[in-house]
Design a protein around this ligand. Structure first.
Ligand code: HH2
Length: 267
């Protein structure tokens, strides 16, 4: 899943694709590099990002989505606003990626009514502005697992079919670097919930803490390492900025995984 933030202030790529033409250009490059899904966002969710109204968010997304939905490739929209979800689905978006797991009023019912769309339910606490003050867990992996299981149940009760749903532990959202690393070290415990996992490690600040790389754009190698570890631990979808590097790494991972454990290769 390629990340295209049509925002002026995203932590990782803010301002680079803020206008529709450059966002679409970036999206085309991501497809050439091997992305299977395009994820477009019109609001930064980093701590301290400027608050945008749903109208501003939609004004950023609409011209991009109008074009991208014609490309015959899965289009995901990264939004927590019901109104933006509604408009995106009406335009033909395929997936709603919600960092607040459809907690906005009306969001569950909206998705239930759009029987075709996929949904990513991500774990976080509170709002982006305050989330880093809410990092007290008794056991972060168990608490995230329980939180995701509750949101999954809410979605199922609303009438969203399980087969439409993937789950995401929300790397960097209301978690310390140590907690993010624990979520990767013990990622397999999240598979017990029974739905595929989407992981977003790309350029995140925990990788900056581990490597000492201050600039998000300098964290490509670290992001690729985390991506491979996330796949090895049972991940299914990776949300990434650096598509070509990630695809290469995953090809190697997949080639090794295809070799039977008992293989003896003569030659
Ligand atoms: N991370 C970000 C935004 N949306 N969605 C999911 N499902 N998982 C994530 O980990 C995730 C997400 C934050 O990263 P980015 O889009 O690069 O930055 P910003 O929020 O500043 O636009």
């Amino acid at each position: 899943m390629a990340i295209i933030n049509a925002t002026p202030d995203s932590f990782s790529d803010g301002g680079q694709h803020a206008d529709a033409a450059s966002a679409l250009e970036r999206a085309r490059i991501c497809l050439e590099e091997g992305a299977d899904i395009l994820d477009f966002g019109g609001e930064s969710t980093r701590p301290g990002a400027a608050v945008v109204t749903p109208e501003q968010e939609w004004a950023r997304l609409e011209p991009i989505l109008r074009e991208a939905v014609r490309w015959n490739v899965p289009i995901s929209v990264d939004t927590r606003r019901t109104e933006v979800m509604h408009r995106a689905l009406e335009l033909g978006a395929d997936i709603i990626n919600d960092v607040q797991a459809l907690q906005a009023p009306g969001a569950l019912d909206l998705l239930a009514a759009h029987g075709r769309a996929g949904v990513c339910l991500m774990h976080m606490r509170g709002e982006p502005a305050t989330m880093q003050t809410q990092t007290t867990y008794s056991d972060v992996v168990m608490d995230v697992r329980d939180g995701l299981a509750q949101r999954l149940q809410a979605a199922l009760r609303a009438g969203i079919g399980a087969e439409r749903i993937v789950l995401d532990p929300g790397i960097g959202f209301s978690k310390t670097p140590e907690q993010n690393l624990a979520l990767l070290a013990r990622q397999q415990e999240l598979l017990e919930i029974g739905r595929p996992l989407l992981l977003g490690w790309s350029r995140k600040s925990t990788l900056g803490v581990v490597t000492g790389r201050q600039r998000a754009a300098d964290r490509v190698s670290a992001s690729v390492a985390a991506a491979v570890l996330a796949m090895e631990a049972g991940g299914r979808i990776l949300r990434v900025h650096d598509v070509a590097a990630t695809v290469d790494a995953l090809r190697v991972w997949a080639a090794v995984r295809r070799v039977p454990k008992s293989a003896t290769i003569a030659g």
